[in-house]
Design a protein around this ligand. Structure first.
Ligand SMILES: Cc1cc2nc3c(=O)[nH]c(=O)nc-3n(C[C@H](O)[C@H](O)[C@H](O)COP(=O)(O)O)c2cc1C
Length: 288
């Protein structure tokens, strides 16, 4: 059912909302070992159902902790993380420069799915930024030179600057291809995840949540969960059921029935690893 709003006086109240009913059963054993592979799976599926699945919220903060969020377009996902492109003089870029961490959120309402990412942020290499910049339409490349992102502009100033940029680069008819160089104030940021959380909406708000957390070593939660655990030994963190209604022991038994995962030798330095190997993550079921 669609949301129903009731405007009374100066207040608008949202009275109801549709029920979520994702097809997923998210448990530590129904997801892929690497959060990036799991993301790739969901993101690929979203292409068929979701309008603009690459739109994502990026939250940054000043060193004083003042946050700000905005949407950008996810442009690349690989072993190292999530890449978006922007102006390096923008507010978000200034905040990343002084406090190089960010949180991402993607919501795919058509699939009742959400993904959240938290991680440190690094500048994408000039080569990577150039490669992406060259793939953009001519107008967007010229626009990059014309738009002083996040700064206050006079009425009509951006149009004037756009025209000036067109003249500078000799744009004739906006269809004839031209070499417009990458400005040094524009490029990509890569969010290297420390946490990736997958959420599947369920009826009665008993949603499924799975969070991957980067570990110092390969001694991950999934491996621990794979060993049958006597009920008396259930650690509190693992006793949180996937669904609010399911008894904790049911969750554990479901996990315990799964073939034990292969135990990989501990590998230090996961915390600092530039890429995101699956063995560096532990998995937790979360309450809604
Ligand atoms: C769906 C959507 C996609 C967007 N994609 C980008 C993008 O990829 N890069 C970007 O710099 N701004 C993008 N924007 C604009 C940003 O939301 C924002 O207005 C701009 O980056 C300035 O933000 P800041 O002043 O907080 O840095 C997008 C906006 C929307 C609504």
């Amino acid at each position: 059912m669609d949301a129903v709003i009731e405007p009374t006086g100066d207040k608008i109240r949202v009275l109801s909302h549709r029920q979520y009913d994702a097809s997923d059963q998210l448990t530590p054993f129904s997801v892929l070992p690497s959060p990036l592979d799991q993301f790739r799976k969901w993101f690929t599926e979203a292409q068929d159902y979701v309008n603009e699945p690459e739109a994502m919220s990026v939250s940054t903060a000043t060193v004083a902790g003042v946050p700000s969020s905005r949407f950008v377009l996810l442009k690349q996902v690989d072993r190292t993380g999530f890449v978006f492109f922007t102006n390096y003089t923008s507010r978000k870029s200034r905040e990343i420069a002084e406090n190089p961490v960010a949180a991402l959120a993607l919501y795919w309402p058509e699939m009742h799915r959400q993904v959240r990412v938290v991680g440190r942020v690094e500048k994408v290499s000039t080569e990577e930024s150039t490669e992406y910049y060259r793939s953009r339409p001519l107008g967007s490349r010229v626009g990059t030179w014309a738009s002083p992102q996040s700064s206050v502009v006079e009425e009509g100033e951006v149009a004037t600057r756009f025209k000036q940029a067109e003249e500078k680069f000799g744009v004739i008819d906006r269809k004839t291809e031209l070499d417009v160089p990458l400005p040094d104030f524009w490029g990509g940021w890569r969010v290297i995840p420390n946490e990736v959380e997958f959420w599947a909406g369920k009826p009665s708000r008993l949603h499924d949540r799975i969070r991957y957390t980067r570990q110092e070593s390969s001694d991950n939660q999934r491996n621990k969960l794979a060993r049958p655990t006597p009920a008396a030994d259930i650690p509190p963190a693992m006793a949180v059921p996937t669904h609010g209604s399911a008894p904790p022991i049911a969750t554990l038994w479901a996990v315990a029935n799964h073939p034990p995962a292969v135990t990989t030798p501990p590998i230090p330095a996961c915390a600092a690893a530039a890429t995101v190997p699956a063995h560096c993550f532990s998995l937790l079921n979360l309450n809604i």
